[in-house]
Write a protein that binds this ligand. Structure first.
Ligand SMILES: O=C(O)C1=C[C@@H](OP(=O)(O)O)[C@@H](O)[C@H](O)C1
Ligand SMILES: C=C(OP(=O)(O)O)C(=O)O
Length: 450
């Protein structure tokens, strides 16, 4: 979590085809929610496949600080004894959120409707990210905030109980904002309603129901067509659960693109979550000509899952439909890498949200790919990329390192670009990778060595 250590630069270069079978770690979004909801259910929740990345560990530490007992057993199962909705304790020190936007915004929702206050702090990246988007609805519910200018961390949040149920139409397509309001609604008497003009990942809805909350999801006619309307009934009683976390499609994305780009690759990625609100990257890559086969489609923990067989493929540029953006919002950095080696032009639009992630991902990827020799134009809401037609990128010159800006997805995307380059790509720091995918480098070595 502490990235004040000296950075660990590394050059990633072609190491032969990716073959054999790998399993990526558990889904980050589901892991955060398993800990939060487990910490609110009275009794023992057991979780297997939890992602043990720094972001999720920050959530675990925060839930412990608010009263839950959370332990990892020797076989990797996590056991959570919760305190009950309404019974979170006052943390006696600041909640250190590290690099994690999801931890911060969802926990702000939980604290907002409890009679406790909490200070939220984060690293340099998180401290630049907008929190106004959750401060606005949670203030309407009665919570109060002292934030840094511009609505950023560090911030002090004073929760309130009873809070006021609200109806909130999301002004940005954000599962974190939706989830913050729903989680605040758990301990709010009455019905709290979120209206989603554009659907976003639905793990909160699925898991809140799974834990026994009364939650209704409907579709209603809005000004611009059908909108999702989600209603949660407070005050809820959550029942402890046994959860198996599926593999993270956002992590599988890096290996999928690596196998598509590196000649001779034929890789199986096991147990990949394919929730339709998350899986659009695989469809886009197939539309570009990528060979991605789903094997043994099944359900794990209430989510659709399959093993993916990915074979090296010639890719063609594409115009990505802005409607799919929320279902692959974290996958654009790696899609840009795929586009850089495709035949022809790839056009992406509607990506304003990428500018407020761990870094400004449009600017960071445009300059990173240009340094590695790709042809990229940056626009306000997207990138336009002219691919090489399958030829490797030149790579970064000696002495030049890609700036990853404390952003795990920039680091992993450019590592994959390195595998598909003549001279390799050097990144300035591999440490941020541990926020979401601590086994990334080890899996890359194992897939390349088989
Ligand atoms: O709810 C979640 O678990 C997440 C929602 C998305 O963020 P936004 O809600 O900001 O789009 C995504 O980028 C993030 O990695 C995880
Ligand atoms: C945006 C991301 O995460 P968060 O918002 O939780 O920091 C991500 O993992 O790409």
């Amino acid at each position: 979590m502490n990235h004040s250590n000296p950075p660990s630069p590394k050059r990633f270069a072609s190491a032969g085809p990716l073959t054999g079978q790998i399993a990526v770690p558990g889904d980050k979004s589901i892991s955060h929610r398993s800990l939060m909801l487990g910490a609110l259910a009275v009794g023992e929740t057991r979780v297997t496949g939890l992602l043990e990345g720094e972001d999720v560990l920050a959530t675990a530490a925060a839930m412990r600080a608010m009263g839950a007992t959370i332990a990892r057993e020797n076989d990797g199962t996590w056991s959570i004894h919760g305190v009950g909705v309404g019974s979170l304790l006052q943390p006696n020190q600041a909640l250190a959120m590290g690099n994690s936007g999801t931890s911060t915004r969802l926990l702000m929702g939980l604290v907002a409707s409890h009679p406790i206050s909490a200070m939220f702090t984060g690293d340099a990246s998180l401290s630049g990210r907008p929190m106004g988007r959750v401060i606005t609805p949670l203030s309407e519910m009665g919570a109060s905030f002292e934030a840094s200018q511009g609505g950023t961390l560090p911030l002090m949040l004073r929760g309130i109980s009873p809070a006021v149920p609200i109806t909130y139409r999301l002004p940005v397509a954000s599962a974190q904002v939706k989830s913050a309001v729903l989680l605040a609604g758990l301990n709010t008497a009455g019905i709290s309603t979120v209206i989603e003009p554009v659907p976003t990942r639905d793990h909160s809805e699925r898991m809140l129901r799974g834990f026994g909350a009364k939650l209704e999801v409907g579709e209603e006619k809005g000004a611009n067509g059908l909108e999702r309307v989600i209603r949660i009934h407070g005050e809820a009683d959550l029942q402890p659960q046994t959860i198996t976390v599926p593999g993270d499609p956002s992590s599988a994305a890096f290996f999928t693109v690596a196998a598509l780009l590196v000649p001779g690759s034929d890789l199986i990625i096991q147990n990949v979550g394919l929730n339709p609100t998350r899986a659009a990257l695989f469809d886009v890559l197939r539309d570009m000509g990528g060979s991605i086969e789903e094997l043994d489609r099944r359900e794990v923990g209430g989510e659709p899952v399959a093993d993916l067989r990915v074979q090296h493929s010639a890719l063609t540029g594409i115009e990505v439909d802005p409607a799919v953006v929320p279902a692959m919002v974290d996958e654009f950095p790696i899609l840009f890498v795929a586009a850089s080696l495709a035949q022809g032009t790839t056009v992406t639009r509607g990506l304003e949200e990428l500018r407020v992630k761990e870094s400004d991902r449009l600017a960071a990827m445009a300059s990173a790919l240009i340094l590695a020799g790709a042809k990229v134009e940056e626009y306000g809401d997207g990138l336009v990329i002219q691919g090489t037609g399958g030829d490797p990128l030149p790579g970064t010159a000696d002495g030049t390192a890609i700036a990853t800006h404390l952003d795990h997805r920039i680091a992993m995307s450019m590592a994959v670009a390195g595998l598909a380059s003549e001279n390799g790509v050097k990144i300035d720091d591999t440490a941020p990778i541990a926020t979401s995918f601590p086994t990334f480098e080890a899996l890359l070595d194992s897939a390349s060595a088989q």
